[in-house]
Write a protein that binds this ligand. Sequence first.
Ligand SMILES: Cc1cc2nc3c(=O)[nH]c(=O)nc-3n(C[C@H](O)[C@H](O)[C@H](O)COP(=O)(O)OP(=O)(O)OC[C@H]3O[C@@H](n4cnc5c(N)ncnc54)[C@H](O)[C@@H]3O)c2cc1C
Length: 402
Amino acid sequence: MVDGVLQVSEDTKQRRAYVTQFMEEHIYPNEPLLMKHSDESEALVKELQKINKANGYWAPHLPKEAGGMGIGFLTYAYMNEIIGRSLVASRPFGSQAPDSGNAEILHQFGSPEIKERFLKPLVAGDVRSCFSMTEPAVSGADPTGLQTTAVREGDEWVINGRKWFSSGAYGAAFAIVMCVTDPDAPAHSRMSQIVVPTDTPGFKIERRVEVWGEEDSNHPVIHYDNVRVPVTNILGPQGAGFRLSQKRLGPGRIHHCMRALGQASRAFDLMCQRALTREAFGGPLADKQTIQNWIADGLTNIQAARLLTMQAAQKIDSGDEARVEVSMIKFFVVNVACKVIDDAIQVHGAKGVTTDTPLQAMYKSARILRIADGPDEVHRMVVARHALRKYRQGGTWDFGEF
Ligand SMILES: Cc1cc2nc3c(=O)[nH]c(=O)nc-3n(C[C@H](O)[C@H](O)[C@H](O)COP(=O)(O)OP(=O)(O)OC[C@H]3O[C@@H](n4cnc5c(N)ncnc54)[C@H](O)[C@@H]3O)c2cc1C
């Protein structure tokens, strides 16, 4: 039997059991340490990575020829919804953002030389990377207006511009940078993606940007100041930057949704456990109708979100880009996660906003996902446009079609 939206194969059940045990043994007990950046937590990550590599649980998002598990998108989704229960579990499995999406794009569009120099050490976990697209001066939701340029001079690209929210830039060995290479071409053929090693002269981290006021945030402003890289550092054909973005961001968005499912189900567990043990007004919170409504809605919405996510993953496995499905889950699943985590915080009362539970960090992370990788409104727009196109052409949406 192979995995399907409503069926999980024996192999996948075993993989899920492995991940569950790993989480219980190594991740949950060490979460407070792993949430803080320190030499000690870095050493622990390396140790945990060794265990997963030795057991064949490394880079589950990648095909075998790229150094991954080669299990496909749907099976990865069934694993990743468990890995996603903790915000710090992806790195021990070698599947953390943005490296996971960057590895996929390097594998699909990098030349043999690029793969050797950048993909190999990235997949091995020896280096980290960032994806440098969003700019402070113009709308990230509508990237057709991006301004960073790459001008060809001889055998080099000369890159100039300012980016921000290149997550993971501190400590990254290279950035994949979205640049205007063909300013006079139609809007979706103006840009290219170019690999820039971060030690290239002119790559300047200008300032830290504190997300949720956190001092160790890693989403800084980068000034590309006459950065010169070989012309061969381009990914795919010149002018294909948008097409590559679609290839990168589609799967990347599903990765985010898988993790959001994990966050929602963990928050749901915490909400139910607290509701059963905390008493007020003569009985447990679990006896109050309002709390029961949150539990019923949460369970129903999580299950609906899982089905949608698995369906999108299955469609990607079949070779379809699943544009509508990816946009559907990007706003639906993330909003389900935000609501369940918010309800779980409410059930915990004051404790819910402290670091005595993981809920506050989970909420901040889920809330970010309503903006990052395209805001909710843009994904709703994509879904509505696809639906309306059918009706404009005199047809209807085929609800029997997946
Ligand atoms: C923590 C974090 C990490 C990130 N990591 C990365 C990264 O690694 N690399 C990277 O390149 N970028 C990254 N981003 C940037 C992210 O992708 C952008 O913030 C996002 O695309 C929105 O762009 P913007 O912030 O410029 O908002 P804007 O484009 O200015 O949009 C602002 C708001 O306008 C509204 N809006 C926009 N379009 C429409 C519409 N059509 N209809 C209705 N309303 C609309 C939405 O409410 C939207 O939130 C990250 C962002 C965050 C917060």
